[in-house]
Design a protein around this ligand. Structure first.
Ligand code: GTP
Ligand code: SPV
Ligand code: MN
Length: 593
């Protein structure tokens, strides 16, 4: 069945010859297609129906038990020159990648159906948008792609007969991590993924195209592809602002993007533009403009409740694919951090009997929901605006139990780029490996930058130079803990208090104090109306203890130097300036360098 695009058809033929499926189906994105695929999945057991009375259109998927998160050690950038991938990426020579993956792909779809999914990332008719075609032998992947991207004629129309599309080849293989590879070929605008059905490994429009390959294209074309939420805010005075935020995986983007203002802050209105990926371009007005290339949300289920994120909680009651959550006897899902107490009995994420006495979690910590953006009550009217939205502020956020204050402002675009470049965060369940380990995650892009990280920082500085009205840049941390290990800041809706100060700063107001690391709000500058927080706690949240930064700065020196000649001078200069300010702050009186 041809797509009508000769380049697509020729590539699909090649893939068919290699993977030898029994059948080839070109997806059109129609409702009938969704119904048919869902029915097949329900019959095969790939999906389990949930209670359709309370959760219309909702289904549950259980993945293989060792295929539940991104596998960063099996993710590669394959370029001619190793230096182009840089020291933070796994690199595979092109020939070596072909030699390793071709045997795994050969005959990989025998006895199965190969689905051809033409998809558009970004709004139709937008100069931001990019086309991909994913070929996959997983119906679950097709159903997820239909929610997360714009599938069918809308993509082929955007392609308009050209060969300007990302070739996304996905095969389930035997799901063994021994034979799992996610390889990106930026020079050929191609991704090969085999051996995983998990979101970031298998929905190739998302992290593979929209971040790794897009970041490569963006460098060439003068824009930025970022792991960022996009949020709109209207103040009680009626001014509208847009903010983006780069936080590492499972560090709060979806929650911030759907923030519900606390009752004590009446008059604020919040809109969700995106929760995971932003494509940013300098506009003719010298401002930075953003679109969300996705069409749905692939969000973390645990911790999602009426209390924490009512917008998401309501949104996932319809047309949602749940992956690896627990199942209650009444056909409804449950997870840790749900409003309902633990059910007396349930099936855990692997389908095994579970009770509150069980040692293991009922839902996988990286269990997810896949929901169309159109189900989100706070979806911005500008969501599909081909021009995007103009950005006032950029946030870099991460999980940091210690040292990093609730919020501080960069002095300039270059200083802000430095704050992003030196971002570190405690690891989460979104990727396989140990949770809670502090690691560098520059711009929250460590796992997603498709080229040399230091060149990427240089590109940030270049983009900044193309802006006459650049967004202001801030560092935020909702996750500082007290001596008892508990979060000091209430987070979620109350994060609006921090955003309010940020927007005041953008308008030239908002009281701040200079510290060696940047500008921190005075305690009174934060709106505390209705907030029950002890003065000592707030002081702790805002504290910058220069002595604690001495060690951090030493580690940074080593880290930045590891990028060698690729390190932009401006970034190193910011490091030297920080080191000097920290030194001056801790040096005893009369002590000179
Ligand atoms: P990815 O989809 O993996 O990129 O993650 P994300 O950045 O969108 O993370 P998400 O908003 O889904 O949050 C992940 C976890 O952090 C959830 O369990 C949330 O409940 C929790 N979380 C989010 N915001 C806050 C906050 O302000 N404070 C606290 N304490 N936890 C938060
Ligand atoms: C993340 O891990 O940052 C996610 C989920 O947003 S995934 O699409 O699997 O990468
Ligand atoms: Mn993400």
């Amino acid at each position: 069945m041809p797509t009508g695009n000769a380049f697509v058809d020729r590539w699909v033929e090649q893939v068919r010859g290699l993977t030898t499926p029994d059948r080839v189906v070109v997806c059109d994105g129609s409702e009938a297609e969704r119904e048919a695929l869902t029915a097949e999945c329900l019959a095969s057991g790939e999906l389990i129906a949930l209670d359709q009375q309370s959760l219309p259109g909702c289904v549950l998927h259980r993945s293989a038990s060792h295929d539940v998160a991104r596998t960063e050690h099996l993710t590669f950038i394959s370029t001619t020159d190793k230096d182009d991938a840089g020291p933070t990426n796994n690199w595979m020579a092109r020939d070596a990648a072909h030699a390793r993956l071709t045997p795994l792909l050969r005959g990989a779809m025998a006895g199965r159906t190969m689905y051809v999914v033409p998809f558009l990332m970004g709004p139709p008719g937008s100069r931001f948008s990019k086309v991909g075609v994913e070929v996959t032998d997983s119906r679950y992947v097709v159903l997820n792609m239909r929610t997360m991207t714009r599938v069918g004629a809308v993509a082929l129309d955007a392609l308009d007969g050209s060969d300007d599309f990302t070739r996304c080849l996905h095969a389930m293989g035997d799901l063994s991590p021994e034979r799992r590879f996610i390889v990106h070929f930026p020079e050929e605008n191609t991704v090969w993924s085999i051996g995983s059905g998990y979101g970031g490994n298998a929905l190739l429009g998302k992290k593979c195209l929209a971040l790794r390959l897009a970041s490569w294209m963006a460098r060439q074309e003068g824009w930025l592809a970022e792991h960022m939420l996009i949020l709109g805010l209207r103040s009680p005075e009626g001014r509208t602002y847009y903010v983006t935020g780069a936080f590492p995986s499972a560090c709060g983007k979806t929650n911030l993007a759907m923030l519900v203002p606390p009752e004590s802050m009446p008059g604020w209105k919040i809109w969700t533009v995106g929760d995971d990926i932003a494509w940013l371009r300098p506009g003719p007005d010298g401002r930075l403009w953003a679109v969300n290339p996705e069409a749905g949300f692939f969000g973390v289920a645990p911790g999602t409740s009426h209390k924490t994120n009512p917008t998401a909680f309501e949104m996932i009651r319809r047309n949602t694919i749940y992956t690896n959550v627990a199942l209650r006897p009444d056909g409804t899902p449950w997870w840790e951090g749900h409003d309902d107490p633990a059910p007396p009995k349930a099936l855990d994420w692997q389908g095994r009997p579970w009770t509150p006495a069980s040692k293991e979690k009922a839902a996988h910590p990286n269990s997810r929901f896949t929901t169309p953006a159109t189900e989100c009550a706070s979806l911005s009217p500008e969501f599909a605006n081909p021009n995007g939205v103009p950005i006032d502020a950029i946030l870099f956020g991460a999980r940091r139990q210690r040292r990093v204050p609730l919020v501080y402002e960069a002095r300039s675009w270059q200083h802000g780029t430095f704050l992003g470049a030196t971002l570190s965060s405690e690891t989460t369940a979104a990727a396989t490996g140990k949770v809670g380990v502090l690691r560098r995650d520059p711009m929250a892009m460590l796992p997603f930058c498709g080229y040399n990280m230091a060149d990427y920082w240089g590109h940030w500085l270049d983009v900044g130079r193309a802006l006459t009205r650049p967004p202001r840049i801030f560092r935020v941390n909702w996750f500082r803990t007290g001596d008892d290990g508990k979060f000091l800041w209430p987070g979620f809706g109350d994060n609006l208090r921090v955003l309010k100060w940020i927007l005041e700063r953008c308008d030239g107001g908002g009281a701040a104090v200079e510290t060696p690391i940047g500008l921190v709000p005075t305690p009174d500058a934060l709106d505390r109306n209705g907030l029950r927080l002890r003065a000592e706690t707030l002081a702790h949240l805002l504290r910058v203890d220069a002595a604690e930064w001495v060690e951090a700065v030493e580690g940074q020196e080593h880290y930045l130097r590891s990028f060698g000649s690729h390190l932009p001078a401006g970034i190193y200069q910011e490091h030297l300036d920080l080191a000097r300010r920290i030194h001056d702050a801790v040096a005893p009186e009369g002590w000179t360098r």
